[in-house]
Design a protein around this ligand. Structure first.
Ligand SMILES: NC(=O)c1ccc[n+]([C@@H]2O[C@H](COP(=O)([O-])OP(=O)(O)OC[C@H]3O[C@@H](n4cnc5c(N)ncnc54)[C@H](OP(=O)(O)O)[C@@H]3O)[C@@H](O)[C@H]2O)c1
Length: 286
């Protein structure tokens, strides 16, 4: 039984982490309105009040382009927030899991990134997330930092999460052809985090789906195929450069998944299988 406190509980991953709790767990699900993690006093008061045994931080400023133009906010939410949570967790005697990103890497490596590879962020978002990782590890090496990549699933607002809606409306959907990623299915990441919470292992972990790396165009093409006649949009391939976005993205950024049988940390299923499941669920709601 865990007394689990989840921050950023209204976000894509936060919702799935809350949903994946076991019936015996006690869950304290806190949205941004309930707790702003960048407010140190509020964070300490909150953890002292609830006395959780495990804290999972799913809160972050995730709009990569907005981070690029608002560095102060990016660091407040993505670096100061996790530092406050780590300190307050230590003081409350709780185990802390912080969520980070593949964007701490530059995406220039052709082989999968191991947890021991040196980060080299190329965006303000990536810099701020790396600062958050380091802040957590400085507070306690017994806390965990779990990097995910290209999260998708129910409740998300990003390209991969809303692909069913995008493709079933008339119009053009642009899929990036020149990136390489192993995405992370939020439901499977949530189950992985629940195992990590049991193991209480410290250090850096990578939680990504299995399978062959893909581009976002590959991802959308499989979704289009599975939607069959319901797909009305035309899927076109574009390069990242053609999108002319404010922040740079790591182009070849495949994380090597951290499975560890001795800690009970599972491999995640193939992203293709996870995408099909997520589209089947999407169909039941439309
Ligand atoms: N989405 C991806 O593709 C992706 C990829 C790699 C890593 N990640 C990481 O995975 C984690 C979860 O991401 P996600 O996709 O679930 O993000 P999300 O859907 O954007 O959810 C993040 C949540 O955090 C909240 N939030 C932002 N600042 C906060 C603060 N100071 N205090 C409390 N709550 C705050 C947001 O509220 P508002 O909506 O009001 O801002 C939102 O509800 C993050 O650490 C992210 O960096 C995500």
């Amino acid at each position: 039984m865990l007394k689990l406190l989840v921050t950023g509980a209204a976000g894509l991953l936060g919702q799935r982490v809350v949903a994946s709790a076991r019936p015996t767990d006690q869950v304290i699900a806190l949205t941004r309105q309930d707790l702003d993690i960048s407010d140190a006093a509020a964070v300490f008061d909150c953890l002292a009040h609830y006395r959780p045994t495990v804290v999972i931080n799913c809160a972050a400023m995730t709009n990569v382009d907005a981070c690029e133009t608002d560095r102060a906010s990016a660091f407040r939410h993505n670096a100061d927030g996790p530092r406050h949570l780590a300190r307050a967790s230590l003081s409350a005697g709780a185990y802390f899991i912080h969520i980070s990103t593949d964007y701490v890497f530059d995406g220039a490596q052709t082989s999968p990134y191991q947890t021991t590879d040196a980060p080299n962020p190329i965006s303000v978002y990536g810099e701020s997330k790396l600062a958050g990782e380091r802040a957590v590890q400085e507070v306690s090496p017994r806390f965990a930092v779990t990097r995910v990549a290209g999260l998708f699933g129910r409740g998300g607002k990003n390209f991969a999460s809303v692909i069913g809606d995008l493709l079933t409306q008339p119009g053009i959907v642009k899929g990036i052809v020149d990136n390489r990623i192993l995405p992370s299915y939020a439901d499977d990441v949530a189950a992985y985090l629940r195992c990590l919470a049991e193991a209480r292992a410290g250090g850096i972990f990578h939680a990504v789906s299995a399978g062959e790396p893909c581009s976002w165009h590959d991802f959308a093409a499989l979704a289009r195929e599975r939607l069959g006649e319901r797909a009305q949009a035309t899927l076109v391939g574009v390069t990242e450069a053609e999108l002319r976005r404010p922040a740079k993205r790591p182009m070849s950024c495949v994380l090597a998944h951290s499975a560890d049988a001795s800690l009970g940390l599972p491999a995640l299923r193939d992203w293709r299988e996870a995408l099909v499941e997520s589209l089947n669920e999407w169909k039941t709601t439309r």
